[in-house]
Design a binder for this molecule. Sequence first.
Ligand code: IMP
Length: 430
Amino acid sequence: MPNIVVVGLQWGDEGKGKIIDLLSEKAHAIVRAQGGNNAGHTIVVGGDEYKFHLIPSGILYPSTICMIGGGVVIDPEVLAHEIEVLEKKNISLKGRLGISPYAHMIFSYHRLLDQLSEKNKTDAIGTTGRGIGPCYADKVHRIGIRMADFLHEETFKKKLQQTLQQKNQVLKLLYQHAPLKFDDVFTEAVRYRDKLSSYVGDVEETLEELILKDKTIIFEGAQGALLDTTFGTYPFVTSSCTLSGGICTGVGIGPTKIDQTLGVMKAYSTRVGNGPFPTEFQKDEISKFPDPFVSRELGTTTGRVRRVGWFDAVLLKRSILLNGVDALAVTKLDILDSLNTIKICVAYELNGRRIETPPILEEERLQIKPVYEEMEGWMEDTSSITEYKDLPKQAKDYLEHLQETLLVPIFLISMGPSRDQSIILNSFLD
Ligand code: IMP
């Protein structure tokens, strides 16, 4: 099997976790490259539901190695908790979980500053409040604290003291907030150090060894292309590169080591947080769509109800271009089962003009009107269908239309959260 990058093509929450979990069966290693516990995925195996934010999805296969690359930002409490949950389920992690010492750490002041900054903005981003942006900002500002620093008592103390001085200035002057005490931040953080330290190792070298031995590696993207800091719907984006290109810088490999890019997209669109969403449902359309519990459109990380809309082929084509996608996985087809009409946005109208690429200006993104093609729905339960030929004709028409519009083959279709609610269409993996 080739080395595959799996990336989200929309605003995150495309169902990458389930797809990676499925592919993991044939993989030796799964590696996370960016983001932090703003991400979250739910995996259902044998009736048990697992929610992960930092640990790669493949951990549920007994021999798969899972690694967290240097480009990830780690909240020690969250990672320690995930390790504990798996240990309690008797899932052994020894020799199977690797954490890069280059990863930057999220501490309480990052979370606090994230939340204060959102509260004080007139145009809040709608972040997850997990301290992701402030942590990446510190990294680029060169005042971040890495896993290696965190594990080294003296270095951690020194760096935390310096950073806290600066953070307390910001808290006081910008937010009129009481200063944070060194002892409190330090004590809270080191509580999780022992739990993590035994898993920290030379992820970069291990990866190189696996690649030289021709082992199969899956690189797990987090969030989605439209949340990419550079090419997403800026400023309503996350703080890392969510594209296939970001995988190389996030795990420390060259682009020649990646063979294929698999793009994951929902059969419709969702977004959490603020920012433009051209195909977002109108009121009458929302009422016809399954409610958030039925459609499973509650965020894994924050529990927020996701905004929902029609499939946007204009944005998808751009995401495919940005990622160099070789094949597609279409998820949540079953959620469309009850709709009698399904729309696909194929262009936008801007000031009376038809455009087929997304505008860059935020103001224009808010003004554009989607141009839709309408297709007949199938009004049939697809959740237990396991063969493509058994799908209703209208569902096949919809999928084939997506494929023809996007000019990329569909490799997999998912119709529910379980592993067996999937149809694999071609030999992309062989
Ligand atoms: P942050 O990444 O917490 O700074 O949030 C920035 C934006 O990205 C917000 O709109 C979040 O809702 C969104 N976001 C971050 N991570 C995810 C994710 O994993 N899925 C969906 N949206 C996300």
